[in-house]
Design a protein around this ligand. Structure first.
Ligand SMILES: Cc1cc2nc3c(=O)[nH]c(=O)nc-3n(C[C@H](O)[C@H](O)[C@H](O)COP(=O)(O)O)c2cc1C
Length: 342
């Protein structure tokens, strides 16, 4: 019998003949180089909610934390923006609904989720085992749906509600709330009226001509904080089949490609509102997060980067701390708004 040759095959096509490829156990995080830097106070406060560090995870990229919780203690994260919730459970859009691009991904997942009641019953108790702020992200077909969800989530005791306004308003002919100041303001008012003492953060869409117009409208309507940016609409076409790669034809772009857009938008918004900002879009390392904070964000969220590296939020947190330490800051919050424009 010929000697058996072991050829590495990716797990997906491994027919059981090959030994498992050698790799570190997922719970083992690669050791960071040891260097003693001065201590930095990493805590930040976002609309009255204090987090032990400014690094959150972005909605829709972390589920409800169960899978990532197998890699590290969720208490290491500042805040978890949970997967987008709707009033009733949703199956999401047909596949393919994720497509790679040179500098990020396109997605058209379509808010697949178990519904707000299932979140409160099953996922919130799981997240509450950890010392991490829980930010519930909601999407509604109508302002009334946002109101009902806010009431339920406020009674359930989440730390913050993030209102996703990048979804279509059924009553306004499918126009996304986030593209019209008056629609965005209406949703914000309804959310605030039903959220009780829980702070409301409104998540802005970048798919607009002037994001500051929406930011101002939402602040005036009572938002306690703003988060930005959501994904940027994009499209990819298979030139051989001439079919769009995503079944929904278009999708939202996220990942490294969107970071400069996010930095620009956070900077523009920070100059025209007083409420704090949670910045996101393409953050993968400390320097990316520091850019968003210098542009005006009080905290940041990591999203797509975690698909390649589940430890990305910890890498971002440590990188941010090192940047602050090297710059002689005693607290990371001193970075916020510190950009020196020409
Ligand atoms: C697969 C996927 C699902 C997402 N789902 C939601 C969602 O349910 N609600 C929401 O407000 N944003 C959602 N987003 C947007 C992210 O929270 C984030 O704003 C965006 O991806 C930019 O950050 P990133 O480049 O770090 O991923 C989703 C993004 C991705 C990639």
């Amino acid at each position: 019998m010929p000697e058996k040759k072991f050829v590495y095959l990716p797990e997906a096509v491994d027919c059981g003949e090959n030994p498992p490829p050698e790799r570190p156990h997922p719970s083992v995080r690669p050791a960071a180089p040891q260097e003693r830097l001065p201590e930095v106070d990493m805590s930040v406060t976002l609309a009255g909610m204090t987090m032990k560090n400014p690094v959150c995870v972005a909605s829709g990229t972390y589920g409800f934390g169960r899978e990532y919780g197998q890699f590290y203690d969720l208490s290491e994260i500042g805040g978890i923006c949970a997967k987008g919730l709707t009033l009733h459970r949703r199956e999401g859009n047909p596949a393919p609904r994720i497509a790679e691009t040179p500098m990020g991904i396109l997605n058209s997942v379509g808010l697949q989720n178990p519904g707000v009641d299932a979140f409160i019953a099953q996922e919130l108790p799981f997240l509450r085992q950890y010392d991490v702020k829980v930010i519930a992200n909601i999407s509604g077909n109508t302002p009334e749906e946002y109101g009902i969800m806010c009431e339920k989530l406020s009674a359930a005791g989440v730390d913050m509600i993030e209102v996703n306004i990048s979804c279509p308003n059924v009553k306004a002919g499918g126009l996304a709330y986030g593209t019209r100041p008056e629609l965005a303001a209406e949703v914000t008012q309804v959310a605030k009226a039903h959220a009780g003492k829980v702070p409301v953060m409104v998540k802005l869409s970048p798919n607009v001509t002037d994001i500051t117009e929406i930011a101002r409208a939402v602040e005036e309507a009572g938002a306690d904080a703003l988060s930005l940016i959501n994904t940027i609409r994009g499209m990819r076409i298979d030139v051989n089949t001439r079919r769009p790669v995503l079944k929904m034809n278009t999708g939202g772009l996220s990942g490294p490609a969107v970071l400069p857009v996010a930095v620009r938008m956070v900077w523009e918004v920070a100059q025209c509102v007083k409420v704090p900002i949670l910045g996101m879009g393409g953050v993968a390392k400390g320097e990316d997060a520091a850019q968003l904070m210098l542009a005006g964000a009080s905290a940041v969220a990591v999203g797509t980067a975690m698909f390649a590296d589940p430890f990305a939020p910890l890498t971002v947190r440590d990188g941010l701390r090192d940047i602050a330490a090297r710059q002689g800051l005693s607290a990371v919050r001193e970075l916020t708004g510190g950009v020196r424009p020409w």
